[in-house]
Design a protein around this ligand. Structure first.
Ligand SMILES: *Cc1c(COP(=O)(O)O)cnc(C)c1O
Length: 386
């Protein structure tokens, strides 16, 4: 059964049943894949060329908008494509005020690509009141946030930021990849755009890349549709089909992953060689109050600082059996990332210190495995630090 506009079903239903499947009279229960570059002129679906639209894009658009509880979603080839689509709507001389702990590829795009076109960036710690004053003082063309942040899981009070930007007419982008719309709804908190790398939790199986931008603003929706075709940022029909299949189990996967993550955070917090554990719904999280207000659950990422050298921490990561040492996150399989030797290896000591990336820092992307197996695995690896 296809969902109709105005339907008010729960999230478990909404991820499984979407709008039109373009299935014709076949009765197919799962949507077909439309691997075509072009469409006959004048068709009822309004399709012309896949760079500017394809049935598989529209199917995924409809599920994502339904889960986010918003009017429009536009899909892209990756999270970075979605970011490019948004930033390409700005112009020379515009200032983007960014959270200082943004995802590394977002920082690289701003500093090494868009800076060449005259786009300016300023950076602020949005957990501090000074950042709100900075919005008023600098009146940027856009505010770019991410919450929880990578890898330190800082939680930003999105409602408080949007209360300042809205009267000033400043659009706010929230990268919602770590939380997903199941845990946090940026648009309901006042954001203009909710951006997601669907490569991560939404697809959930580490076998496709994708990105999406959700909004209730019809003008921004038009801008995203324009960017998709004008910049060639469209995904492939097959990847959209995979992500449409992946999202069907998002609530089930997240439930298991979040329960595992909360338990592992507690296990780690009790270990003698752990300096601190970050998990948004733990009471020792620095923004715990905001996190419990804004996030329906704590997510499935846990970041830990070990009292250990870079070599010891690396060895611990390698010792784990069920956590593969790899970049990315959000899949059904558990992963571990050691930023000092992986994602932030190229950064200077100064940059790492500023971002809070020390040699003993690790980020767990907790998967769907049995908790007892993950716990036993951690215990045996932690013996290396004894
Ligand atoms: C992975 C990620 C991105 C980039 O997405 P890709 O699909 O890898 O291009 C952007 N933001 C966050 C928070 C991410 O985790």
């Amino acid at each position: 059964m296809a969902l109709k506009e105005g339907d008010n079903e729960g999230l478990n239903t909404r991820v499984i049943h979407h709008g039109d499947s373009f299935a014709g009279d076949t009765g197919t229960v799962m949507p077909p894949i439309f691997p075509t570059s072009t469409f006959a002129h004048g068709n009822a679906g309004g399709f012309d060329y896949t760079r500017s639209g394809n049935p598989n894009f529209r199917i995924l658009d409809s599920v994502l908008a339904s889960v986010e509880g918003c009017a429009h979603a536009t899909v892209f080839a990756s999270g970075v494509s979605a970011i490019t689509a948004v930033v390409s709507q700005l112009k020379q001389g515009d200032l983007v005020l960014c959270e200082e702990n943004l995802y590394g590829c977002t920082v690289r795009l701003f500093e090494q690509v868009f800076a060449k076109f005259g786009l300016k960036t300023a950076w602020a710690d949005f957990t501090q009141p000074a950042a709100l004053e900075q919005i008023q003082a600098q009146t940027p063309a856009m505010v770019w946030l991410e919450s929880p942040t990578n890898p330190l899981l800082k939680v930003i009070d999105l409602e408080a930021v949007c209360a300042i930007t809205q009267p000033l007419g400043i659009p706010v982008v929230v990268d919602n990849t770590f939380a997903t719309a199941l845990v946090q709804r940026p648009l309901d908190l006042g954001a203009t755009l909710s951006l997601t790398s669907t490569t991560k939790y939404i697809n959930g199986h580490s076998d496709a890349l994708g990105g999406a931008v959700c909004t209730n603003d019809p003008e921004w929706h038009q801008k995203m549709v324009f960017s998709q075709k004008a910049l060639g940022l469209q995904p492939s029909p097959f990847d959209c089909w995979l992500i449409t299949r992946g999202i069907k189990t998002l609530p089930l996967r997240l439930k298991q992953q979040m329960a595992n993550a909360a338990a592992l955070a507690d296990q780690l917090a009790g270990h003698a060689k752990v300096n601190w554990v970050r998990y948004p719904h733990r009471s020792d999280h620095p923004q715990h109050q905001v996190a419990t207000r804004q996030m329906r659950a704590g997510g499935a990422i846990v970041t830990v600082s070990f009292n250990a050298s870079q070599e010891q921490t690396y060895a611990l990561c390698k010792q784990l059996r069920w956590f593969t040492m790899a970049e990315s996150l959000g899949g059904i399989e558990s992963l571990i990332c050691h930023p000092a030797t992986m994602t932030h290896a190229a950064g200077s000591a100064e940059v790492k210190a500023k971002l809070g990336i020390d040699d003993g820092l690790v980020r767990f992307s907790v998967g769907c495995e049995d908790l007892a197996d993950l716990q036993a695995d951690l215990d045996q690896a932690l013996e290396l630090l004894a």
